[in-house]
Write a protein that binds this ligand. Structure first.
Ligand SMILES: Nc1ncnc2c1ncn2[C@@H]1O[C@H](COP(=O)(O)OP(=O)(O)OP(=O)(O)O)[C@@H](O)[C@H]1O
Length: 251
């Protein structure tokens, strides 16, 4: 359902993403790991059709992210970094606005908005201006808008960033509950999050895929047999590509 095929992106002569390839199929939750500046967000932005690749291609549900952007984005829920939203809108207003932009109306729009607000556990915060909300609630408002149209593919850039431990657990449970019907990519710096919810993990450093494994197999690549030591070993500046499991076919 998600295809990244030799994606390349260069900023001012510096290669941020260097021939990144992988595929994600329905039911998979792919954890995207790597140090700061590794190229995770840039890769996700290219898949989401928000940034044109300089080389290679990306596709969502069979639609090219750049050439068939509208069709690709209709199948996609994308949560970018931070909490992009309109500060004067309430979360309810923002979710409804997002649904209207996707062609929802009437009872279908109301039902989808209610479900998304409930799934993101906005509670009473759904009625307050987003600009007045805490970071965690802002993030959940953006998450509600990303999932409201029940897309086949979710790309979530640090979905639990800024959330307290209870909220983190809630969002992780939500991702797990949605997973069987969808293909999901999350980026995270939290290795326990990868163990908790990801079926697969890609480690990226210097714009290159350094490993593509199940979380258990990735942990075994570390000298201590755990994810932190694997992360350190594989993201050291002199790191070589030591493991790459070939991606599966997109569906
Ligand atoms: N719009 C831009 N203009 C110039 N350079 C950029 C731009 N976006 C990203 N970069 C650079 O590309 C590289 C990869 O950035 P990216 O945000 O993809 O990393 P990341 O893995 O998501 O990092 P983090 O974990 O800190 O979010 C970095 O060197 C970054 O400075």
């Amino acid at each position: 359902m998600i295809l990244a095929d030799a994606l390349v992106k260069t900023f001012a002569g510096k290669t941020a993403v260097d021939r990144v390839s992988f595929q994600v199929r329905q039911g998979e939750v792919l954890g995207f790991l790597g140090p700061n500046g590794a190229g995770k967000s840039t890769t996700m932005r290219m898949i989401a059709g928000c940034l044109e690749p300089d080389g290679g291609r990306a596709a969502v549900a069979g639609f090219d992210s750049a050439m068939q952007r509208r069709q690709a984005q209709s199948q996609l829920g994308y949560l970018p970094e931070g909490a992009p939203a309109y500060p004067a809108m309430t979360p309810r207003g923002f979710v409804r606005f997002s649904l209207r932009a996707r062609g929802f109306s009437g009872a279908g729009l109301e039902a989808a908005a209610e479900l998304a607000l409930a799934r993101a556990s906005l509670g009473a915060a759904a009625e307050r201006p987003i600009g007045t909300l805490s970071k965690g609630y802002k993030r959940r408002a953006a998450l509600a808008a990303a999932i409201a149209h029940d897309p086949l593919v979710l790309i979530l850039d640090e979905p639990t960033d800024g959330l307290d431990p209870n909220q983190k657990d809630g969002v992780r449970a939500l991702i797990t509950a949605m997973a069987p019907d969808k293909a999901i990519i999350i980026s995270t710096h939290l290795l326990d999050e990868v163990e908790a919810i990801c079926t697969r993990a890609i480690l990226i450093a210097g714009g290159r895929v350094m490993a593509d494994e199940t979380p258990g197999a990735l942990a075994k690549l570390g000298p201590q047999g755990d994810l932190p030591s694997a992360f350190r070993a594989l993201t050291a500046p002199s790191g070589e590509v030591i493991s790459h499991r070939p991606g599966r076919r997109a569906t």
